[in-house]
Design a protein around this ligand. Structure first.
Ligand SMILES: Cc1cc2nc3c(=O)[nH]c(=O)nc-3n(C[C@H](O)[C@H](O)[C@H](O)COP(=O)(O)OP(=O)(O)OC[C@H]3O[C@@H](n4cnc5c(N)ncnc54)[C@H](O)[C@@H]3O)c2cc1C
Length: 538
């Protein structure tokens, strides 16, 4: 079959680009290394009952055969230590010959990409968040809505934070854990006091379904979210590959890691692929006239820089400076832990004026009850054994927060170089000199706001997260109106590479404080709708 469009990558961006093209009747080929999970989850039941049953071998699933689940002092999201998710990122740095200083190079070779292990927080950018973009909310809103309908997002449209998170179709919210419920009640009673600190809070939004779909079951509140949802309630792009693959004009080709895109004299491209999991693979070429780059920000940027011959020049890439905080609600210390609960985001908050995007910070509050005590020990200024004992009593009383500031606080770059045919890539991580002051300011204000709602920051309970470990990379081939090197048009078309559109995080012009994936998906949907319209007219 001759394909109209080739999509490189099957993560949230790739599948979001695929749907409008396939629905318009165009023939779509999707290339991906497409790794599958190699350690299936066998634990059944709720987190508490599993821990209480103390089956002989269950520790292997929680911690891994090599106990990697308790190791690693770096401050990353706990999902990074889950044994079942190791396949998602395995080998990514090797296949790109990628090295990194000062940040973690998060990327994937799995079918569905990083969404196999993401936290599922899904928020719209508003016009303030998009102030640097060549598109506005009006341009993105039809796509936000279409993506929300497709993937299922739970939450509410009427509370203080809701207007900041966007007006999209939502499923019923997940029930709040006891601590989040108490915080929200205190917030509603003391709103006039905490709002003076420019602190606004409400329920978060999760790409987690609360009503059954033909191919996915609603959340059963088993508190096992961290180890992957056995019911498919948490959205992953891998789920959509099955429905796309049932359509006759869509082909998903696994074992197709794209090594290079080579422009041809006839204005087409040779996409050089190889199965990097098969030592015998000698590689093959796919010829294509139109490409959507959705290999994840880092992968897409390396492929684009290579095709454009941008060598030995560090180019900007946005990473998301982030923090993590631990709080305790004293009245809940020593209380029994809940058996049935949801273990991802509970509440969302904004700090700072919304009209000054460079100033605002955004974060999610989580229950601690779906975590192993060893995970929380890093927050305690105690030895690990002492911390683990203390945490047992504190766990039911704890609430954890992450916090992101916009990408303007990031100061990271990516560079590629070539020695004969070998290509190397280097990521250099850094933050703006203003970030440390911003972190201290956020820590102080958040601690005060939470204190006014009856929650106390644990001593030593404020940490800087390891840069890049959240996978929020963006802005390396930004959509701009003006013609600059390594930028794309408002339609994501890379300048210098006609008919190659970047549809993943690389195309975002700026990172706001909000998690970016929902905006990446909406932008991919928007770009491919336009592409489909144009191709239908030809
Ligand atoms: C632990 C964790 C938690 C997160 N939580 C959230 C959250 O709560 N909210 C949020 O908004 N974001 C979150 N993220 C970020 C989110 O996962 C990413 O923004 C999102 O997955 C990006 O989608 P993508 O399709 O652009 O890239 P990816 O998900 O990285 O997918 C890229 C795809 O391209 C394929 N690929 C790569 N290179 C090639 C190549 N050369 N040839 C062929 N195929 C290739 C890969 O196999 C993969 O399928 C989280 C990330 C992590 C790691």
């Amino acid at each position: 079959m001759a394909h109209d469009v080739t999509i490189i990558g099957s993560g949230p961006a790739g599948v979001s680009a695929a749907w409008p093209l396939v629905r318009a009747g165009l023939k779509v080929l999707m290339l991906d290394q497409g790794r599958k999970a190699d350690v299936p989850r066998s634990l059944q039941g709720t987190f508490r009952t599993i821990l209480q049953n103390r089956e002989d071998q269950q520790w292997r699933e929680f911690l891994g055969d090599d106990f990697a689940g308790v190791g690693d002092e770096r401050h990353t999201t706990p999902k990074m230590k889950v044994p079942q998710f190791r396949y998602v990122q395995r080998g990514f740095e090797d296949v790109y010959s990628l090295s990194a200083n000062g940040l973690r190079p998060t990327g994937s070779l799995a079918a569905g990409g990083l969404s196999n292990m993401w936290g599922a927080g899904a928020f719209c950018y508003n016009d303030d968040d998009l102030s640097a973009f060549p598109v506005n909310v009006g341009d993105l809103m039809p796509s936000y809505r279409a993506v929300a309908e497709r993937i299922g997002i739970s939450g509410v449209l009427e509370d203080d934070i809701a207007p900041f998170l966007g007006d999209v179709p939502l499923q019923d919210p997940l029930p709040l854990c006891e601590n989040a419920q108490r915080l929200l009640e205190r917030y509603n009673q003391r709103r006039h006091v905490v709002n003076k600190l420019e602190f606004v809070m409400g329920r978060t939004r999760n790409a987690v379904i609360t009503k059954d779909q033909p191919d996915r079951q609603a959340c059963a509140l088993d508190n096992m979210c961290l180890w992957g949802c056995s019911r498919g309630a948490i959205y992953s792009a891998a789920q959509e590959l099955e429905s796309l693959s049932q359509l006759p004009n869509f082909t998903f080709q696994r074992g197709a890691f794209v090594q290079r895109i080579v422009p041809q004299a006839d204005h087409s491209y040779h996409i050089e692929c190889k199965d990097v999991d098969d030592d015998a693979s000698t590689g093959f070429i796919v010829k294509s006239e139109r490409i959507c780059l959705a290999a994840g920000t880092i992968g897409s940027t390396i492929l684009a820089m290579d095709a454009l011959n941008i060598l030995d020049a560090p180019m900007p890439i946005l990473s998301h400076p982030a923090m993590a905080f631990a709080f305790v609600l004293p009245g809940r210390i020593g209380r029994p832990e809940a058996d049935k609960a949801f273990a991802l985001g509970q509440l969302a908050y904004r700090l700072g004026e919304p009209l000054t995007p460079e100033h605002h910070a955004f974060g999610i509050l989580f229950s601690a009850e779906g975590l192993l005590a060893s995970e929380l020990a890093t927050y305690m200024p105690l030895s690990r054994p002492a911390a683990a004992k203390t945490i047992k009593a504190l766990l039911p009383a704890m609430i954890l927060a992450n916090c992101y500031v916009p990408g303007i606080y990031s100061n990271s770059s990516i560079k590629i170089s070539r020695k004969s045919v070998d290509r190397r890539a280097v990521l250099q991580g850094g933050v703006s000199h203003l970030f440390e002051a911003r972190f201290n300011d956020i820590k102080k204000t958040l601690a005060r706001a939470m204190w006014k709602m009856g929650a106390y920051m644990i001593p030593g309970g404020a940490k800087l997260a390891e840069l890049g470990s959240d996978g929020h990379y963006a802005g390396s081939i930004p959509m701009t109106k003006e013609d600059r090197p390594l930028t794309s048009t408002p339609e994501g078309e890379i300048r210098g590479l006609p008919n190659i559109h970047t549809v993943d995080g690389a195309a975002l012009t700026q990172l706001s404080g909000k998690h970016p994936t929902f905006t990446i998906m909406a932008n991919a949907d928007r770009i491919s709708h336009r592409m489909a319209r144009r191709l239908r007219e030809i």
